[in-house]
Write a protein that binds this ligand. Structure first.
Ligand code: SF4
Length: 311
């Protein structure tokens, strides 16, 4: 069975390739190791820099960004660009990236930018030279850094996307994929979900239809699931159970939804409650939906950096 394929910064995989000879033991990556195929890359050692080495940084020259070793005033920009192009041209079938935050080579959004020959960085933060090439080439698959993945919501979104992409690649029948993932896809964007439905209802889907369907799945996953979309879906599901429930049960569930709406409980509490009803009424179609378990349960961790857990 295929697993999601991720490319990650080598130093996040406990490999001592940082400028100071150190590495990181990243918890999310340790957790993921069993469930995904990991490929590592260190662009700085990839261009021939040694371990340990002098630190390098991003410098801004007019409107251009350069990768520079300030102590010896060496410009590595062209070498890094060439390495990135060569590396990316040899990548096959990748589903996502986890890159090292703040690195002038790997950082995706929070890299310090310095004016030429100055000690203090400017206010604006940027991308690393290597990662900017990844972002340019891969606009449809998730790219995150290990710092952002400490946030529960961002991690949940990232894992959901990479495992859904993997499901799409593994499933022999697009119709089966659609049926199992319908609620999840709907929770991203109803309009694109309707486009997917219109493709799937064709009697004989040809290769063009299948390609269009797959591209639309990537498009839908580029959206964000928000609270109101999720609430509407749950309310619709609950509607069909209501007639079998007592007034107290209905009130209890309505209060649960209000708690969620007001940020008092996480979405997972609502999911558990609706799963209990789906189990009680033996609603197999619903229980099969990836909406409830979009990625292996072992990867669920409530660890959070403290920002916005309650999506
Ligand atoms: S951040 Fe990127 S370039 Fe720096 S040590 Fe890690 S993998 Fe290598």
């Amino acid at each position: 069975m295929r697993k999601p394929k991720l490319i990650i910064s080598k130093c996040l995989n406990s490999e001592k390739c940082r400028y100071n000879g150190q590495s990181y033991d990243d918890k999310v990556i340790s957790l993921l190791r069993k469930y995904v195929d990991l490929e590592t890359v260190c662009p700085e050692t990839g261009i021939g820099l040694k371990v340990p080495r002098n630190p390098i940084r991003i410098e801004k020259y007019d409107d251009k960004y350069k990768l520079v070793e300030p102590s010896d005033n060496i410009d590595y920009t062209s070498q890094m660009m060439e390495f990135a192009e060569e590396f990316l041209s040899n990548i096959d079938d990748v589903d996502g990236f986890i890159l090292k935050s703040k690195s002038p080579s790997c950082g995706i959004r929070d890299v310090k930018v310095y004016p030429k020959n100055q000690k203090c960085s400017i206010n604006k933060k940027g991308q690393g030279i290597f990662s900017s090439k990844i972002i340019e080439k891969y606009s449809t698959i998730p790219i995150e850094d290990e710092g952002r993945l400490k946030n529960y919501n961002i991690r949940d979104e990232f894992l959901t996307k990479i495992f859904t992409i993997n499901n799409l690649k593994c499933e022999n029948s697009i119709l089966d994929f659609h049926n199992k993932n319908s609620l999840l896809l709907k929770s991203y964007d109803e309009e694109i979900y309707n486009d997917l439905n219109n493709i799937i209802i064709k009697e004989n889907m040809d290769e063009d239809d299948k390609t269009l369907y797959k591209n639309k799945v990537y498009e839908i996953l580029n959206n964000k699931r928000d609270k109101s979309k999720r609430l509407n879906l749950i309310k619709n599901i609950f509607e069909k159970y209501k007639t079998y429930l007592s007034k107290n049960e209905i009130n209890y569930f309505s209060n649960l939804l209000k708690f969620y709406e007001n940020g008092k409980i996480p979405f997972s509490s609502v999911i558990v409650a609706i799963q209990i009803y789906a189990t009680r009424f033996d609603d197999k179609d619903l229980l099969n939906q990836t909406f409830f378990n979009p990625y292996p349960i072992e990867l669920i961790s409530i660890a959070d950096s403290g920002k916005g857990r309650n999506l």
